[in-house]
Design a protein around this ligand. Structure first.
Ligand SMILES: [Zn+2]
Length: 701
């Protein structure tokens, strides 16, 4: 099967590395021909369908093929595939960039924009015209030829350097492991983390399964419990040191890539007439400029400072009383551990108590029921099959082929039976899979001419606690929040009702895109929401009220510290991008570590040992050409939006399908078919209340 095959659910085992090059080259040629056809049409007969409609569809096959290649590179990373992917990456990036530098296309779209037909456009079509004109301008369509060439070069370089950054983090993470052979060193570690470390050791050392051994890695499900619970200070220090070194040690050194990426991005912004890369990225987002985003973060910082300092003092004093004087700053490998100790002492709550109530099957089943209730939809699982790559087998009728035996497949239907979309779910870590959790889409459906509706296709993936010894995985509350979060992104795509593909679902501005995902997390903190997902994996009992109450109290525990951490990441991102000249041109070059530490001084907790900067493993900001670059603040920005929007559910009923329906129709269904400010106003009847986020965490004085 070709990567171009139009099948809604493809035969993943046929997508072998050797197919990547010929298929992507064919897809590029197909897309080129379609764009050329738009550009060379008779200028006397320009219509919406022949210009913008055709433009929306022209790269559909290339999008489909390339998304599949990238997806496999993300979930089944292997040397041959990585080589094939990287060989095509510059060609594909270059192609997508050149669309907006296609002179004939630009002329036709501009010509169309002046026709009476274009001037009469309304709704999503009007928005599409405006967005397309702005996309062309932001991509350099109005530049003289020499500058266009330079822009192409910059884009290719940015793409190659950010890809390398991302690989360095993955490789450095995988390159490290620690095998503990004395069980005594694991004191404090919960049973779930011990069992996982034991299983990991046995899988890696099939000849030594009888010997004592617990294997730890830098992947979150292994790393976090150890940092949080292990009483052995030296052990935590060793693991923390390894994590802190990600991206800063050869051969996976990202410290040299950061100034390079900043310089390239800055040069691109200047070429396009913007003072800073942050302004280029933000001028069409809700924040409007780098300065606008920075003001938002600095205001948040100022509001947080008193509570942040108080929380820090509490933590230091607590450690002092427990481990003896001298009290003073903690070590960076102590923070998670002592925070957890303080939490247990203050709230008498061990979040591991929740795990037995959060078996993955029950959580997913509950999430589905909740979503069905609020948004008036139906979710159905479909049987899946897995074949070894290249095996040539064919999935039996009624089954869906997946890329790994653990992957599940579901369909989403409207109450009246309309098939809205489908999705894959790939939940547990593998070495060949990238870290974190994410949602992506393979197909964008939506309403089509003649009243037809085409279903969407998406994927939701994570690195959740893996099942141990044949038992289903028992999750943490945090992991359940992650599932809900990514499911919100997925619903944004699957519930899209926009006729223009490029404006559907998650293709909204970055500072709006986290509203649908983050609002979902609110239900995991409410009794009404938890009753859907939390059932004891053996007894089926609901979560006891006492545990629930204690869990609720954790929401405001060290809340200012958590928020300040997000503010620090946001400031690091914005400062680096707003001072690219200083960081890359001034002689001698400032030391990025020192520079960041100075600027972030009041944002960071004080430590006994100064931790190195997080920048060399800041994949959100440096592992994609744009990604979250100059946009990390959007998490906090969207928290204001989601905390505020959720107050409507709190007033009208957490399971109220009328409120859910309103959110679906006015926000989820509309993608980017209207400015985000307007979508928010349509749902809430007013602008966002900036204090909603602090109020939710009890930080409003
Ligand atoms: Zn998200």
């Amino acid at each position: 099967m070709s990567f171009l095959a139009p099948d809604f659910t493809p035969a993943w085992s046929r997508f072998t590395a050797d197919r990547v090059e010929p298929d992507i080259i064919a897809a590029l040629a197909d897309a080129q021909a379609r764009f050329d056809a738009i550009a060379t049409q008779n200028p006397a007969n320009l219509t919406y369908a022949s210009v913008l409609g055709a433009f929306d569809e022209a790269a559909a096959t290339l999008d489909r093929a390339w998304t599949r290649v990238q997806h496999l590179d993300t979930v089944c990373n292997a040397p041959a595939l990585r080589i094939a992917h990287n060989a095509m990456l510059p060609k594909v990036t270059d192609f997508y960039t050149r669309i907006y530098l296609h002179e004939g296309l630009w002329k036709v779209i501009q010509a169309y924009a002046t026709t009476p037909n274009a001037r009469a456009l309304a709704g999503a079509r009007r928005r599409f015209l405006e967005e397309t004109l702005a996309d062309f301008r932001d991509s350099g369509a109005e530049l003289p030829p020499a500058d266009k060439k330079e822009l192409e070069r910059l884009n290719t370089e940015i793409s190659a350097n950010t890809q390398k950054f991302s690989e360095n983090v993955l490789d450095a993470t995988n390159a490290w492991e620690l095998v503990v052979t004395e069980e005594g060193r694991l004191i404090g570690l919960p049973e779930s983390a011990r069992a996982a470390a034991r299983q990991s050791f046995q899988q890696k050392n099939p000849d030594l399964t009888a010997q004592p051994g617990w294997r730890f890695t830098l992947h979150a499900p292994s790393y976090l419990p150890l940092m949080k619970y292990a009483q052995d200070d030296a052990l935590r220090r060793q693991v923390w040191q390894a994590a802190a070194n990600i991206g800063r040690v050869a051969p996976h050194d990202n410290t040299v890539l950061i100034p390079k990426i900043l310089e390239l991005r800055h040069a691109k912004a200047r070429l396009l007439g913007r003072a800073q890369f942050a302004d280029l990225v933000l001028h069409r987002r809700m924040a409007k400029s780098g300065a606008g985003a920075l003001t938002f973060i600095e205001k948040l910082h100022d509001q947080l400072v008193p509570a942040f300092l108080r929380e820090q003092r509490d933590l230091e004093e607590f450690k002092g009383t427990r481990s003896g004087p001298p009290p003073g700053p903690l070590e960076p490998w102590e923070t998670l551990f002592w925070s957890e100790q303080l939490r247990q002492a203050k709230l008498d709550f061990d979040e591991e108590l929740l795990r037995p109530y959060l078996p993955i099957e029950g959580v997913l089943c509950g999430l589905f029921k909740l979503v069905e209730t609020i948004f008036d939809v139906r979710l159905v699982a479909r049987p899946t099959v897995y074949f070894e790559p290249g095996s040539g087998e064919v999935a039996p009728a009624g089954t869906v082929e997946v890329w790994h035996p653990e992957v599940k497949f579901y369909e989403l239907h409207d109450k009246d039976g309309r098939h809205l979309g489908s999705f894959y779910a790939d939940w547990h870590p593998r070495e060949s899979k990238r870290g974190g959790a994410w949602m992506n889409y393979f197909e964008t459906g939506g309403p089509r001419p003649h009243g037809k509706f085409v279903p969407h296709l998406g994927i939701i993936a994570g690195n959740l606690t893996a099942p141990v010894a044949g038992q289903q995985a028992l999750l943490t509350h945090d992991e359940v929040c992650t599932i809900f979060h990514e499911f919100g992104h997925l619903l944004h795509h699957l519930l899209g009702e926009v006729e223009v593909k490029s404006l559907n679902g998650v293709r909204v501005t970055w500072d709006f895109v986290e509203l649908p995902s983050q609002i979902m997390e609110n239900w995991v903190w409410e009794r009404a929401g938890l009753d859907f997902v939390a059932r004891h994996h053996e007894t089926g009992a609901p979560l006891p009220e006492e545990i629930f109450k204690k869990m609720r109290a954790t929401r405001s525990f060290l809340a200012a510290t958590g928020m300040m951490r997000m503010a620090a990441f946001s400031k690091m991102d914005l400062d680096a991008h707003l001072h690219a000249d200083e960081l890359t041109k001034r002689q001698p070059l400032p030391d990025l570590e020192v520079w960041l530490r100075t600027r972030l001084a009041s944002y960071l907790p004080r430590y006994h040992t100064e931790p190195p900067s997080f920048a060399p493993r800041f994949t959100h900001v440096f592992s994609e050409p744009v990604g979250y670059a100059a946009g990390y603040y959007s998490y906090k920005w969207a928290e204001v939006l989601d905390a505020d929007a959720f107050t409507r559910f709190q007033k009208e009923g957490l399971l109220n399908p009328a409120t859910g329906g309103d959110f679906r129709r006015k926000v989820l269904a509309r993608g980017n078919s209207a400015p985000p400010e307007q979508l928010f106003r349509d749902f809430m009847g007013r602008d966002p209340d900036p204090s909603a986020d602090l109020a939710r965490c009890g930080l409003l004085s």
